[in-house]
Write a protein that binds this ligand. Structure first.
Ligand code: ATP
Ligand code: MG
Length: 649
């Protein structure tokens, strides 16, 4: 470790958790041990202390039919009640969301105002005949009506299926069909990068293929003209007009479904993950509070993800609102109208907690430090990341430039399927290391195992597994119990297999290595794509890198690298040789990429994750696999051309 890095970490360890934080955590760091002694007691305590139940659960975990576990199954509650009603008497005037529109308009919603909007819309949904158990697809941008729609569904026990607004009509149609939705909620158009994404027009195309949909509800957000189909389409403002702002919350069982959400599709056909009520709320509230050291009376919290992904469900909507957080929500692109938009917002609202993804951090680095340096980010005190392994270089940049050397970074590992954060540092409690998500959250037990399912001693790598059920776990894949069992519960008996590779260091810290399918076997050595990518990114000219193993007659697999350069650095033969040597010097000669191609961008999912499987298809000259979740289709053709031209081997 370099001296500079040592100093940084010393700085970070000075972070002092607040008294409230320490009290909440029952005198941590003991909280990890306490939870490990009796994880069910730990989760029960969280569930009873944090949630307002209509009927308090007596039973914690029903494990009589694995892997179909049930949590708090005799409890009754309502999530919209927990997110809204119970805050109103004492904190109704507290801001729930400071919303910032891309064109510069803003809106502030207090808890009282948010509750009124939710109730009116819930009454509107009722007037269309929607009831408990029905499914509604929500295809929207980041406007307040999106969480309002979700909470209105939750109030009625209607199951929402949010489809990211950046998806095509094709992707929307397949998710509507798979989830058997009766109603779609959308908007005329969504602002993105200065133009309007025509969500209603996309919906119209999708609805030609989805005969089960009876109504589309449309929010007017832009002046973008839309066709409204008589009898089917209804304006949101007409639906809520005259509705009461009171709506009794449905009394729901802890195990009633709350939502369906499709995974990002990084590794193939997306899976419709089903989450339920009581366990989910328990874990999202607990993690949101502990991981971000949340102080509801003081913090301004901003999770800059899109609500279309699980991060937004758990950490923009349900966790923060149930914890009575004041949040920021931003509608548009991070580089509109300029590259400093996010830093401007942090400064304007004095944001104290900020949560984003490695893909965004790498983009900020690429855009240049000057955009950050224009702004005063002194209000920030905890910063987080999720979505992919974070390259140590990006971690250090985030720590220095955004965290100004003093805000702890929480690198949180979890998945759509886990519902909530699983492996993460707790600020001020668990010392961090750049690139490691550190240790499992209290009450979570994880291990790293070999092919046979045997625990790998510290210092070694293998498959990440979760040893025991956790409250926010997925209950199934919608309509496909068999795929649920096959995908997650078949590889290692009795344990959950997330599909990720992982290494543990001598101190027991977890280092996520990406998908196990991405791990390369070169001349008999297992090499992780993540490690080679991080070695490339640690070179000052490199902004981003993707690495895949392609078939090789001699070595089984050979390493093929795809590299995007920083700022206006130009790639030439010399740099190419330098980068290959740089990897060899960092990780050893076995990890030296056999080929390396410079590209302007990398193929990514719409959530911004690198899709290595497409690069592998290109490298091995195969027909491309499922591309429906790809964000930047043009780049694939461009890379394919470059790869064909070949690079020196
Ligand atoms: P699909 O399952 O459809 O292929 P996906 O796995 O990308 O898509 P998500 O549920 O959004 O869909 O992503 C979860 C995955 O993201 C994890 O399994 C892991 O590979 C990666 N990930 C998330 N957070 C981290 C993190 N902090 N460090 C390393 N990897 C992470
Ligand atoms: Mg996945």
């Amino acid at each position: 470790m370099t001296q500079a890095l040592e100093n940084l970490l010393q700085e970070e360890r000075k972070f002092e958790p607040t008294a409230e934080f320490t009290a909440q955590a029952n005198g941590r760091p003991g909280v990890h041990e306490e939870a490990a002694n009796d994880y069910q007691a730990f989760w029960k305590k969280q569930a009873l202390e944090r949630i307002t139940w209509f009927t308090e659960p007596q039973e914690v975990l029903d494990d009589s039919n694995p892997p179909f576990f049930k949590w708090f199954k005799d409890g009754e509650l309502n999530l919209s009640y927990n997110c809204l009603d119970r805050h109103l008497e004492d904190h109704g005037d507290q801001v729930a969301y400071h919303w910032v529109g891309e064109p510069g308009d803003t809106r502030t919603l207090t808890y009282t105002e948010l509750a009124a909007e939710v109730n009116k819309f819930a009454n509107g949904l009722k007037s269309l005949g929607l009831k408990k158990g029905d499914r509604v697809a929500i295809y929207m941008g980041m406007i307040p009506e999106l969480p309002i729609a979700m909470l209105a569904c939750a109030r009625l026990g209607v199951i929402h299926s949010v489809v990211f607004g950046g998806f095509s009509s094709e992707a929307l149609a397949s998710r509507i069909l798979d989830g058997e939705a009766h109603v779609v909620i959308t908007q005329d158009g969504a602002w993105r990068g200065g133009s309007v994404v025509p969500l209603k027009a996309n919906t119209d195309i999708a609805l030609q293929k989805t005969p089960g949909v009876e109504h589309a509800i449309v929010v007017r957000r832009t002046d973008h003209g839309v066709d409204m189909e008589e009898g089917r389409d209804i304006w949101w403002h007409d639906l809520v007009d005259g509705q009461s702002d009171q709506c009794e919350p449905e009394v729901l069982n802890a195990e009633d479904p709350l939502y369906i959400l499709y995974t990002s599709g990084t590794t193939g056909r997306p899976k419709g993950i089903v989450h339920t009520q009581g366990g989910y709320l328990t874990q999202v509230m607990t993690t949101h509070s502990y991981v971000f050291d949340l102080k509801p009376d003081e913090d301004i919290y901003w999770c800059a993800a899109d609500i279309g992904w699980v991060t937004g469900h758990s950490y923009i909507v349900y966790g923060p609102l149930a914890n009575r957080t004041t949040g920021v929500m931003y509608e548009g692109a991070p580089n509109y109208p300029d590259f400093d938009r996010l830093w401007q917002i942090i400064e304007d609202y004095n944001v104290t907690i900020f949560y984003t993804a490695p893909t965004a951090i790498r983009a900020f680095m690429k855009w240049g430090d000057e955009h950050v340096e224009k702004h005063d980010l002194a209000s920030l005190r905890v910063i987080g990341t999720v979505g992919e392994p974070i390259n140590p270089e990006a971690w250090i940049w985030y720590h220095e430039k955004i965290g100004r050397g003093s805000s702890p970074i929480v690198d949180t590992w979890w998945q759509t399927e886990t519902g909530a954060i699983m492996i993460t540092p707790l600020p001020g409690v668990v010392a961090t290391k750049p690139g490691s998500a550190t240790i499992p959250f209290p009450g979570i037990s994880a291990d790293v195992v070999n092919e046979e399912g045997e625990s790998v001693p510290l210092g070694g790598g293998g498959f990440l597994v979760i040893n025991q059920p956790w409250p926010a776990m997925a209950r199934t894949i919608y309509g496909d119990d068999e795929r649920y069992v096959d995908t997650y519960w078949s590889r290692f008996d009795g344990r959950y297999f997330p599909g990720d590779g992982c290494k543990r260091d001598d101190e027991g810290y977890f280092w996520l290595l990406g998908r196990v399918d991405d791990i390369m076997l070169v001349a008999g050595h297992n090499i992780s794509t993540t490690e080679v990518e991080s070695a490339l990114v640690s070179h000052p000219s490199v902004a981003e890198a993707a690495v895949v193993g392609r078939k090789d007659e001699l070595t089984g697999q050979a390493i093929a690298a795809f590299v995007t350069l920083r700022g206006d650095v130009q790639g030439d033969e010399d740099l190419l040789a330098e980068l290959r040597d740089h990897v060899a010097n960092t990780l050893g000669p076995i990890a030296k990429p056999k080929s390396l191609v410079f590209t302007n961008d990398l193929p990514k999912t719409r959530s911004g994750k690198i899709m290595r499987r497409l690069l592998q298809d290109i490298s091995e000259d195969r027909q491309l696999g499922d591309v429906t979740t790809l964000a930047n289709a043009d780049i694939v053709a461009e890379i394919a051309d470059k790869a064909k031209e070949g690079s020196p081997e």
